[in-house]
Design a protein around this ligand. Structure first.
Ligand code: GRF
Length: 199
């Protein structure tokens, strides 16, 4: 059984969607460890309630390299096959990213390469795009810049606020993140340049 390591900072709804996909048999994997860099993250309480190995490694005031090294230690101890960032809001160190090549994935609430970074839905509204969506991608050393694994599109409606758009996108995030993870774990893919293709 493939082992997932999940990194969160907050609400944890994507983590819970992954846990639900596993519970319902849609995703053949197990969650080996959930790490939050914030003690107050609601997602970490939810992980504990589900009886998962849940760890808080606080990052505020801790140097990036030091914090990431702690996470590397825990993830390796937990023998994870794939690391899933799920609303993890801190940049990872170069050492961390190089330690797990093509083994770290992220979900981002826009159609990358449009609108990387934060306050993504507001960026989309301000730009006036008519469609937005979400992207599952590999994590490389850039900001939201790694090869794209999966995307879903949603319309931007005239009456949208950042909140209503975020809610529409989040529903799709919950669906495609598990699908993207399942594809990567299946090994039925190859990478050509930036393109993630079926094997
Ligand atoms: C999601 O919108 C995700 O795309 C972004 O951060 C948010 C996390 O939400 N990276 P949650 O913690 O998974 O509920």
């Amino acid at each position: 059984m493939k082992r997932l390591g999940i990194l969160i900072s907050g609400r944890g709804s994507n983590f819970l969607a992954i846990a639900d996909a596993i519970a319902s048999g849609k995703l053949d994997a197990e969650i080996a460890i959930v790490i939050s860099n914030r003690a107050a993250a609601p997602g970490i309480a939810a992980a504990r309630e589900r009886g998962l190995h849940a760890l808080v490694l606080p990052s505020p005031g801790v140097e990036r390299e030091v914090h990431c090294r702690e996470m590397i230690g825990e993830l390796e101890k937990a023998r994870v096959d794939l690391i899933c960032l799920a609303g993890y809001l801190r940049i990872l160190s170069t050492e961390f990213i190089r330690r797990f090549p093509l083994r770290i994935v992220n979900i981002h609430p826009s159609l990358l390469p449009s609108f990387p970074g934060l306050e993504v839905q507001q960026q989309a509204l301000d730009h006036g795009v008519k469609f937005s969506g979400c992207t599952v991608h590999f994590v490389d050393e850039g900001l939201d810049s790694g090869p794209i694994i999966q995307q879903a599109v949603v319309p931007v409606l005239d009456g949208d606020t950042a909140e209503t758009l975020a809610a529409r996108i989040l529903k799709e995030e919950h669906r495609i993140y598990s699908e993207g993870i399942a594809l990567i774990l299946s090994g039925n893919w190859r990478i050509e340049g930036r393109r993630v293709l079926g094997a």
